[in-house]
Design a protein around this ligand. Structure first.
Ligand code: SF4
Length: 244
């Protein structure tokens, strides 16, 4: 089943839950003034319309159709608000949470890309996960990527070279707390985050007021172990923020 299908099913279930509770409230408030019943139905119609709007715009974005930037922004706000409920529903239905997360990341990246940037390298921060480092490497690249001996056994070497060439900050974060600390210290105008679906989603939700472009890492050896990333995709993200 495709990611968008799983997402749509979760939204449909959310709609049914909403309908169930509206009906329940309607039954419970029988005999109350008509205005209360009307307000209850009105609230249902508004939320249902928002869900329908969001599901339609999301489908358009996932299918790479052209969508107005403001609609994308509004839809992303809705997606962010309902994200914890949608993920919980997908979990209850035994559907992969990664599918919902991929949809969320695509909505974020599409919205970021709908804007124009013209930043210099030092205003861009690249955050990398520690699992990119070769498991047997003895160099402590988490304190600074400059410690990488650039042996080429993992992508860190290429990313260090890229960071140097493009004059962007590159950090290897061992967790969300450190990532937040690096953002506070470097005060970037844009972030390129490399991570798995779960960490990217958490990072995007966490970072406020700064555009974040998410790039998935590849996991040929399973999760969190000797992962890889397309350096090309990271370079594309840098070019985008530089307006090139
Ligand atoms: S490229 Fe750098 S981080 Fe990767 S194994 Fe070699 S020295 Fe270690």
């Amino acid at each position: 089943m495709s990611d968008i299908k799983k997402y749509s099913i979760s939204i449909a279930i959310l709609f049914l839950i909403l309908l169930f509770f509206t009906t329940l409230v309607d039954i419970l408030i029988v005999g109350m003034p008509r205005i209360i019943i009307t307000i209850n139905i009105l609230i249902f119609i508004i939320i249902a319309s928002i869900l329908l709007f969001s599901a339609t715009i999301t489908r358009f974005i996932i299918c790479d159709k052209k969508v107005n930037k403001n609609l994308m922004k509004f839809n992303f706000m809705i997606a962010k608000t309902i994200y914890p409920i949608v993920v919980s529903i997908s979990e209850l239905l035994k559907m992969s949470k990664s599918s919902i997360r991929r949809i969320f990341i695509k909505l974020n990246n599409s919205y970021v890309k709908a804007n124009k940037y013209n930043l210099t390298g030092e205003k861009i921060l690249i955050l990398l996960p520690h699992c990119l480092q070769f498991h047997n490497c003895k160099f402590r690249v988490t304190s600074t990527i400059d410690n990488c001996a650039r042996c080429g056994l993992c992508n860190i070497s290429d990313l260090a070279k890229l960071g140097e060439k493009e004059n962007v900050h590159v950090f290897i974060a061992t967790g969300g707390t450190l990532a937040r600390k690096v953002i506070i210290e470097t005060r970037p105008k844009a972030v390129i985050a490399v991570a798995c679906e779960r960490d990217l989603t958490e990072g995007i939700i966490d970072v406020k007021g700064i555009p974040v472009l998410g790039v998935y890492n590849e996991r040929p050896n399973g999760p969190c172990f000797d992962t890889r990333v397309s350096v090309e995709k990271v370079k594309e993200a840098i070019d985008f923020f530089k307006g090139e």
